[in-house]
Every structure is written in C-alpha cells, then in structure tokens.
Write a protein that binds this ligand. Structure first.
Ligand SMILES: [Zn+2]
Length: 317
C-alpha cells in the first residue's frame, strides 16, 4: 500500500522555502505591498532630517524594555494557557504577515477600549490590549485589532510611533534626555510626524483587513471606538456614521485633527471600504476573487485614500 504522506512534502526546509516565496511576493524593495504610499513617503522625509532617527532610537531603547517589565508586573500575558483564543489569533496574524510572534498583554483598563504596540528593531515587540477592548469587541474584531498592531511591527513603525506619542502625551518624558529631544522637535517636524502617524494607521488597518480576510470587523471596530464601545453596540449604524463624515468634511473643526495621532474613525472606515476594491487585497486573498471584477491598482487605491485621509482635501464620498 502506498504511504499517503509520500505525496506531501514534510520537509521543514521545503516549508520554509515555500513560505519565503509566498512572503517575498508581497514585498517590494523590502516594503509590504499593502503599505499606504503616504506612510513611507512622509517617513522618508522625516528620517532624512539629521538626528531624528537617532533621537527616536534613543527613546525607544529606553522605553520598550521598561514598558515590558511593567507589563509583566501589571498585566496578563497572553499564551497557549491564558487567553488561548487570542494567542491563536496572534500566531495566525504573525504567520500570515511573516513576522515573529509578538508578546501580547491584556492590561487591566476597563474605561477605554484601546490597543497599542511597542516595536523596535532591537527588542522583541509587544502588543497591549486594554481589558475593555477584550470585553467589548467580538473575536473577529479583536483579530482585526491584533492584525492592525502586527501591521505596525511589520512596517517598522516603532520609533516614529514613540516620537508621535512623545509629542502628543509626553510619553517617556521622565527618561533622561527626553525633554531635550522634545525641545529639539520643531513645529513643522511635529506636524510632519503627526501627519505620518495618521497615514501609518491606514497601512495598519489594511494589515488587519488582510489578517481577517474581510473589512467588516475593522469597520465595526472603528464604530465601537467612536461610540466608546457601548455594550449595546447594535445601536451604531455605519451608514449613519458615514453621514457624519459629510459634515466633518466641510467644517473648520476638522483642522483639530492636524494635532491628532489618528485619523477620525469615519475616514478610516472609508479607507477600509476602498481597500476591499483593490488588487492588493485580492493578491493576499485570491480565493475571494470574482470573475470579471475590476479592482483598483495600488496607485489608484492610495490616491483615493489620500483624499479621504487628508484633513485639507476632504474628498466627497
Ligand atoms: Zn495603530
């Protein structure tokens, strides 16, 4: 009788080769194919300013190891025996995107639904989920958030995310030298870092959508962020929420967003919907392609998203 496993390659090196061919297909010049063009273009400009990269690196090398120790003391670590369902999501997202499995902690924070990642090239990356988020999001929505945070790691956002946090809420100010670093960041540079930060969120929403294989979970997560994660989540309506964009688009209040690290939720919902019409999405999920459908090129996708995300351009939807 024939051994059925003869037909299947069980060699580990064969597995690694197939995996790296699959992942290489999604990289161009080391940049993930789904990355929002404005994310890399703005970051290049910031990185070209002498000293910025060094400042960011000095900050992260101090903050990340310290945060890790604090989390270990104050939060629950996700693993095969603690939040196993979340652990499974993390391993699935990391493997799909081709990054190492990051550590994940659930932080006792019941008032705000939030999640964030600490990532540097030197230290093992960490993802933090507030307990409110774990409680109030559905498993699919939690996966969208984890995919999003893995996107920050996959795109090496760490250093710049920390600079943005330093500007907005003074994270790490107690660390020696941080005050001087903050003082050295000029107003145009602050604006550039925050503009970059909002573009980076679009890149990462796309990572979350790729990990879930659908955009609905990312969209409903944004609605929950806007509503504060009301437990009666059935009251939110995406169409009604999008109508708020029409008002935001034409109001001068929108300029407040210039000093925010994240785009307004409605902008992100519009950008997520656009991603589902793009060729890039179907390169990751060819099984979902329908015959005859025409998808946006990457360039077209990015220029449409840029208009939604830009605080000044404000595309009609
Ligand atoms: Zn983010």
């Amino acid at each position: 009788m024939m051994n059925p496993t003869n037909e299947i390659s069980v060699s580990f090196s064969e597995y690694l080769r197939e995996r790296s061919t699959r992942l290489d297909k999604h990289l161009s010049g080391g940049i993930p194919d789904y990355a929002f063009a404005a994310d890399y273009a703005t970051r290049q400009k910031i990185a070209a300013i002498p000293g910025v990269f060094k400042l960011g690196k000095a900050l992260t090398s101090q903050i990340v190891p310290r945060q890790r120790q604090l989390l270990n003391m104050q939060a629950l670590r996700v693993g095969p025996n603690q939040f196993p369902e979340i652990y499974k999501m993390v391993t699935e997202c990391a493997s799909l995107l081709g990054i190492g499995v990051p550590s994940v902690f659930v932080m006792p924070e019941v008032a705000t639904i939030n999640a964030y990642a600490y990532a540097t090239e030197d230290a093992e990356p960490v993802i933090v989920l507030n307990s409110a988020l774990v409680e109030r999001l559905t498993p699919r929505e939690i996966k969208a958030v984890i995919g999003h945070e893995c996107g920050h790691i996959h795109n090496n956002h760490g250093i710049y995310n920390i600079l943005a946090e330093l500007i907005i809420n003074g994270i790490g100010l107690l660390i020696p030298g941080a005050r001087e670093i903050l003082a050295a960041i000029s107003l145009p540079l602050r604006t550039a870092i925050l503009t970059w930060g909002r573009a980076a969120e679009i890149t990462c929403d796309r990572a979350g959508i790729i990990c879930c294989g659908e955009a609905e979970s990312t969209i409903s997560t944004h609605a929950k962020f806007v509503s504060g994660g009301l437990l009666s989540g059935q009251e939110t309506n995406i169409e009604a929420l999008l109508e708020q964009y029409d008002t935001l688009r034409t109001s001068p209040v929108r300029l407040l967003e210039l000093i925010s690290t994240h785009p307004a939720g409605v902008r992100r919902i519009l950008a997520a919907k656009e991603f589902m019409n793009s060729q890039v999405y179907y390169d990751w999920h060819p099984e979902q392609k329908t015959g005859g459908a025409v998808y946006y090129s990457k360039q077209e996708l990015d220029s449409r998203c840029a208009k939604y995300v830009s605080v000044t351009k404000n595309q009609e939807r």
